[in-house]
Design a protein around this ligand. Structure first.
Ligand SMILES: Nc1nc2c(c(=O)[nH]1)N[C@H]1C(S)=C(S)[C@@H](COP(=O)(O)O)O[C@H]1N2
Ligand SMILES: [Mo]
Length: 372
C-alpha cells in the first residue's frame, strides 16, 4: 500500500484527514453563490482529477479509434474540429457529491454538496465517428481512455470508463474541445474530453487518447470496481449511471466567517437556486424553513437546456430567530431526494436534501469569529 489511509477506508472521526485535505484543495467545488449563473463561469465549475493533470502537446496529440471496428482511425484536433460542431449546456455532478456528510465517512474526495456545475460544451457528436470507424457485429461497449495515469485500489491504470454502444451513439454524446466558448483548460481535459449529458461526472472522460470498441463488457477498475452503490462487500452492487435529482439553494444573506451560519434580515427574503436530474425533467421543488417538518412548493423557471438544471425561487418570510432551511427536488421518473444520507461504502449518490442554518436578526447570537 502506498497510502496511509487508502481510498475506500471508512473514517469514524468527524475531522478531515491530511489526505482528504490534499484532495479537497486540488479538486474544488462550486461556491453555492455561483448557482445564480445559468452557465457556471469556468473557474467556478467544480473539478475532479483522480491522478495528475497531464501535460498535453497538441502538435503530437491525436485520438485513436480502434478495437472491434472495420477501419481504425487516428484523428488530429484539427480534423475533429472540422467535423460538424454542436454546443449543449450540460449540468455535470460528481457521483461522490455529498460524501463528506456520511458517517462513517468513505475515504475519498470529501465533497459536501457543491460538486456541480453547468457549462456550454462544444464538440462534435461521437455517433458519426463510430459510424466512420464501422462498428463490427458483436460490439458491446466503447471504452474511453484518458492520458492520466495513477494507482487506485492497488491497480496501476490510465483513467478509463466504458459505455454500452447504444448509449455512446445517443445524439447528445460528444467529443468536446471547448467550454463556454474557450478551448478546454488543462484541468477540464485539454485538448478533448467525452461529454455524456445526464450521466454522473465519472463518465465524462477527460484528456481522451483513445476509444476502443469491445466485444465484452469492460472490466477496468473505474468501471467494474469503482462507482458502484453497495452497502457491504458482498456482491458488486449497482453501477452508478445517471444523476439522481438534487436541488440546491444560494445560501441566503451573508455568512458568519467561521461557523458559516447565514445571517438574514427578518422579513421577506427571496430564496433562489437550481435543480437537476439526469433521469427526467425536474417536475417539483419544495422548500422548508423548519428542518423539513413542513414543505411548500416553489416557482420553477425554465431549464437552461434539456440536459441542464432549472432555476427556482421562493419568497420566504423570515421570522426573527434560528431556522433550518431545506430544499428538495423530484423528477418526472418519480425519483425524490431522501431526508437523510444514503449511506454506502464508496459514498456515491448521496442526494440527501440540502440543509442551511440561518439566523434572522440577532448577529450577536452567532458564534464569535476566530479571525482569518
Ligand atoms: N481522464 C480523466 N477523466 C475524468 C476524471 C479523471 O480523473 N481522469 N475524473 C472524472 C470525474 S470523477 C468527474 S466528477 C469529472 C469532473 O469533470 P470536471 O473536472 O471537468 O468538472 O471528470 C471525470 N473525468
Ligand atoms: Mo466524480
Amino acid at each position: 500500500m502506498v497510502e496511509s489511509r487508502p481510498a475506500g477506508t471508512l473514517i469514524t472521526t468527524p475531522d478531515i484527514t491530511p489526505e482528504e485535505l490534499q484532495l479537497a484543495v486540488r479538486n474544488h467545488s462550486m461556491p453555492l453563490e455561483a448557482l445564480r449563473y445559468p452557465i457556471t463561469p469556468i473557474g467556478l465549475h467544480y473539478l475532479l482529477i483522480h491522478f495528475d493533470i497531464p501535460f498535453v502537446d497538441v502538435q503530437t496529440w491525436s485520438l485513436a479509434v480502434g478495437g472491434h471496428v472495420q477501419n481504425t482511425l487516428r484523428l488530429s484536433l484539427d480534423e475533429i474540429k472540422s467535423r460538424p460542431a454542436t454546443t449543449i449546456a450540460v449540468t455535470l455532478e460528481c457521483a461522490g457529491n455529498g460524501r463528506a456528510r456520511l458517517s462513517p465517512r468513505p475515504m475519498s474526495q470529501p465533497w459536501l454538496s457543491e460538486a456541480v456545475g453547468t457549462a456550454e460544451w462544444t464538440g462534435t457528436p461521437l455517433g458519426p465517428i463510430l459510424v466512420d470507424a464501422g462498428i463490427r457485429d458483436g460490439a458491446q461497449e466503447a471504452v474511453f481512455t484518458g492520458l492520466d495515469r495513477g494507482v487506485q485500489g492497488g491497480v496501476d491504470q490510465l483513467y478509463e470508463r466504458s459505455l454500452p454502444i447504444a448509449e455512446a451513439q445517443r445524439p447528445e454524446v460528444m467529443l468536446a474541445y471547448a467550454i463556454n466558448g474557450q478551448p478546454l483548460p488543462p484541468q477540464h481535459g485539454f485538448p478533448m474530453r467525452l461529454i455524456v449529458p445526464g450521466w454522473y461526472g465519472m463518465t465524462h472522460v477527460k484528456w481522451l487518447r483513445s476509444i476502443t470498441v469491445t466485444e465484452a463488457p469492460f472490466s477496468g477498475y473505474q468501471q467494474a470496481r469503482a462507482y458502484h452503490f453497495r452497502v457491504s462487500d458482498a456482491g458488486a452492487g449497482e453501477p452508478v449511471t445517471r444523476m439522481l435529482p438534487r436541488a440546491l439553494m444560494v445560501p441566503p444573506g451573508v455568512p458568519d466567517f467561521m461557523s458559516r451560519t447565514r445571517i438574514v434580515t427578518p422579513g421577506l427574503n427571496v430564496i433562489e437556486g437550481r435543480a437537476w436530474s439526469g433521469r427526467g425533467q425536474v417536475v417539483r421543488v419544495e422548500f422548508s424553513d423548519d428542518g423539513g417538518d413542513s414543505w411548500a412548493g416553489v416557482e420553477l423557471g425554465p431549464a437552461v437546456s434539456t440536459f441542464a438544471w432549472r432555476g427556482w425561487k421562493y419568497e420566504w418570510m423570515a421570522r426573527p430567530g434560528r431556522h433550518e432551511l431545506c430544499v428538495r427536488a423530484a423528477d418526472a421518473e418519480g425519483n425524490v431526494q431522501p431526508d437523510g444520507p444514503n449511506w454506502n461504502l464508496e459514498g456515491v449518490q448521496n442526494n440527501a436534501i440540502q440543509r442551511v442554518s440561518v439566523m434572522a436578526g440577532g448577529v450577536e447570537e452567532v458564534q464569535a469569529p476566530a479571525g482569518p
